[in-house]
Unconditional design. Structure first.
Length: 309
């Protein structure tokens, strides 16, 4: 009986270590990106097979990014965060490294598999697009975690990760203007993906020194960049072609703009408070609010385009 109890405790301890390494609570924002992107492209959740592939791909690549983040930061974590799973010895560093790269590969293959449901006879379908976007996302993750995390361009790379993740959700689609649309994506789709990318770049700048008293100019730069991203999201209906607006937009353009402005005021207000009083507690609370708002922003875009009738 004691052996069974000990085995159960050991399993629970290891499971909790992996959950902490994967930062599971944050993975839902990546899934929200893909779900929102798919609905922007389709307005409905069918066909479900490529959607499942894209969601699985996003989860794998996002989780890989979390794992490799700790792999590359092992020496820093030994000093500053010794309770993390890798420095604490709960998960071997060499296995975590292999696991991270394995998840990247699985994610890229899952995205490529989403093209298996492509109708080759339909003009504008790009069967390889999911695989290409996933590859660009993988490269962005590796650049951020392994090379550029400590540099001044790191926020841009992190924004690129979110940008490609949104495009991944839109990858299984046909362009209404296949001859002119870049990679088959239409202007409003680029605007939405760019808006989320710009928003996350701003959040990353804002959070760069959240563990200590932050520089006001850096916080201000983060707020401005986030605001630009929010304005891009509010403006996307203006780029929808006139023949698509009756079927794509479920809300009037002025209502869409007002919706994002209201959400933006709530987000920017908390950040502005932290700019005037840049102590770690206020900055960290503002960053937490910004990240939690990602799912709300994805839901807002979804409400603008999804046909639930």
């Amino acid at each position: 009986m004691n052996e069974v109890s000990e085995t159960s405790r050991d399993f629970s301890r290891r499971a909790m270590a992996y959950l902490r390494l994967f930062r599971v609570s944050n993975v839902f924002t990546a899934m929200a990106d893909v779900l929102m992107g798919f609905l922007v492209a389709h307005q409905v959740l069918t066909p479900w097979q490529p959607l499942v592939c894209l969601l699985f791909a996003s989860v794998c690549i996002y989780t890989a990014g979390m794992v490799l983040n700790d792999v590359y930061d092992i020496e820093i974590d030994r000093v500053e965060r010794p309770e993390r799973p890798l420095p604490a010895g709960d998960i071997p560093w060499s296995w975590a490294r292999r696991l991270g790269f394995l998840l990247l590969g699985i994610g890229a293959l899952a995205a490529l598999a989403s093209g298996a449901w492509t109708l080759a006879s339909v003009e504008g379908w790009l069967a390889w697009r999911g695989g290409l976007i996933a590859l660009l996302l993988v490269v962005s993750v590796l650049l951020y975690d392994g090379v550029l995390k400590k540099t001044s361009v790191a926020p841009l790379v992190m924004g690129g990760c979110r940008f490609f993740n949104v495009l991944l959700g839109m990858s299984f689609a046909v362009s209404a203007a296949p001859a002119t649309a870049l990679l088959g994506y239409e202007s409003h789709q680029w605007m939405i993906a760019g808006g989320f990318g710009c928003y996350i770049a701003g959040v990353t700048w804002f959070a760069r020194t959240e563990a200590k008293v932050s520089s006001r100019w850096q916080l201000g730069l983060g707020v401005v960049t986030m605001t630009v991203g929010l304005l891009m999201l509010a403006w996307f209906p203006a780029l929808v072609s006139e023949n698509q607006k009756p079927t794509l937009l479920q809300l009037p353009e002025n209502i869409v703009f007002l919706l994002f402005m209201l959400l933006g005021v709530s987000i920017v207000y908390r950040c502005t408070v932290a700019v005037f009083d840049p102590v770690p507690q206020r900055v960290q609370m503002a960053v937490k609010n910004c990240l939690q708002s990602l799912i709300v922003l994805s839901a807002a875009v979804t409400a603008c385009v999804a046909d639930f009738t």
